[in-house]
Design a protein around this ligand. Structure first.
Ligand code: GAP
Length: 454
């Protein structure tokens, strides 16, 4: 499956989805840039998450917390103590690995089986003893670089939803159960990278801290697990490529009573796409203790104070992005058009859900060398542009241009041909079926809107 991944990575780069960061300087391991199409697609994913879990809900509000927080936050949250991975170093080539990912003879991040504890770089079996390595990225605030000014880039977005619990509660006059949602950059100094954007050092998390009355936590855990999973199905991910994985009690994070991962069948194996955790009252209690601010909740009905429990559905945007790319990537040997059936050419079709596709419609004059067609096509393009993300393309044969649109997952191609000039209509080609239908230009916006929103 390494071959499939390299094809996906190559398409992502070639067609402007994802580039290695600072590539002209050799790149930075685990850090990626999203190109013109990738940035649009990422924005679509964010918007769909926002719509589903904030805008369409009465009981979830959005915040945008800072990336750098008071260093005490990370003491209280337990990250300074627990957010560690066991690190080992190969004594021969000095490369470093996560010890837990070597056990059982499998380097999970590399997607290939290796002899237990054998260095994948030089084959040596000689490693240092594991030592705990904290994954938080450090930085300094102000001009003095000493311990007193040291702070961290957040490794998760959750904490500002806890530290702002009281602010949000009082400013929005909320009552339990309610959620605070956030989406934003997070940073982890991951030891083992690989598998493209799956495990990055800079990435985006979208998560919700849903506060509930203790005792109602288990019920809401199930509700959120179902909602969370459904979200991925709605993005076009097939059911058979998703599964749930219950974390065994002894492997739960320090704050968790229960965690279930939603795994996706990536080409390199089943891996965590998202998760739902029952964080109990751990965080609110710890922040109360460390900050001396009382973060308990007054239940007006019951006339008593308590610390709410927290259900946390979480997901990495890059992981959704990668799952969607893997899900949609389809190779068609010999091509789909009849004329190509005898060729050895391999066509790529990116079957993206219409909601996430970065470009919704391509506009093409049938040929480039007829000025009336070009003019008309540009007129249609300008008409569509305020309504949909549209792309105009006149370079190359019409078949080649269809294939370019198929490769970026564009759901519809609008072609202006000679008939268009007489009849004021165009053909609309469906990416997946290749079926074409003629649509009046004046009805085109409504026609496409209906198709795209269906
Ligand atoms: N607040 C809980 C939390 O941060 P997590 O499982 O450590 O939980 C949340 O991370 C999500 O972020 C994961 O489900 C995964 O989708 C994504 N994620 C975690 N580490 C990542 C990394 N290094 N690169 C990309 N995505 C990552």
């Amino acid at each position: 499956m390494a071959d499939l991944m390299s094809k996906i990575i190559s398409l992502a780069k070639r067609r402007g989805f994802i580039f290695p960061s600072s590539e002209i300087y050799g790149g930075v391991e685990g850090i990626w840039d999203f190109g013109p199409l990738g940035a649009l697609m990422k924005e679509n994913i964010r918007k769909l998450w926002l719509k589903k879990f904030v805008l369409e809900k009465d009981d979830v509000v959005l915040i945008e917390g800072s990336i750098i927080m008071h260093p005490k936050v990370w003491e209280a949250s337990g990250h300074l103590e627990h957010f560690t991975d066991p690190l080992v170093e190969c004594k021969k080539c000095h490369l470093r690995y996560r010890a837990d990912q070597m056990a059982g003879g499998k380097f999970i991040g590399q997607g290939k089986a290796e002899k237990a504890n054998q260095c994948p770089n030089c084959g040596s079996l000689d490693f240092t003893e594991p030592k705990m390595f904290n994954l938080m990225l450090k930085t300094f605030l102000g001009p003095i670089e000493d311990k007193a000014h040291q702070t961290y880039l957040r490794p998760e977005t959750a904490q500002s939803m806890f530290t702002n619990f009281k602010n949000v509660l009082s400013s929005m006059r909320l009552k339990l159960p309610f959620g605070i949602a956030q989406i934003g950059k997070s940073f982890r100094n991951e030891i083992t990278l690989g598998d493209f954007i799956f495990r990055s050092r800079e990435f985006e998390i979208a998560e919700i801290e849903y506060f509930v009355k203790p005792g109602e936590d288990e019920k809401y855990f199930e509700i959120w697990l179902d909602r969370w999973e459904k979200f991925f199905l709605d993005l076009g991910i097939r059911k058979e490529n998703l599964r749930r994985k219950e974390h065994p009690k002894e492997k739960l994070a320090h704050y968790s009573k229960r965690t279930v991962d939603i795994e996706y069948k990536f080409p390199f194996g089943w891996q965590e796409l998202a998760g739902v955790a029952n964080r109990t009252d751990y965080d609110l209690k710890r922040h109360s203790l460390f900050s001396k601010e009382d973060l308990s909740y007054f239940d007006e009905k019951e006339k008593k104070r308590y610390y709410p429990y927290v259900i946390e559905p979480t997901v990495g945007i890059e992981r959704i992005f990668l799952a969607i790319l893997c899900e949609g990537f389809t190779e068609i040997k010999g091509g789909r058009a009849k004329a190509n059936h005898q060729t050895k050419e391999v066509e790529i079709l990116l079957k993206l859900d219409k909601k996430v596709a970065p470009i919704k419609v391509g506009v093409l004059p049938l040929v480039k060398n007829k000025s009336e067609l070009v003019e008309k096509a540009k007129e249609v393009y300008r008409m569509l542009k305020p309504h949909f993300v549209a792309q105009y393309d006149e370079v190359g044969s019409i078949g080649r241009r269809y294939r370019r649109l198929d490769e970026i997952g564009c759901p519809f191609a609008v072609t202006v041909d000679f008939e268009s000039l007489e009849k004021e209509d165009v053909t609309v080609r469906d990416r997946d079926t290749m079926a074409q239908e003629r649509v009046k230009i004046k009805e085109l916006v409504d026609f496409l809107r209906e198709k795209l929103e269906k």
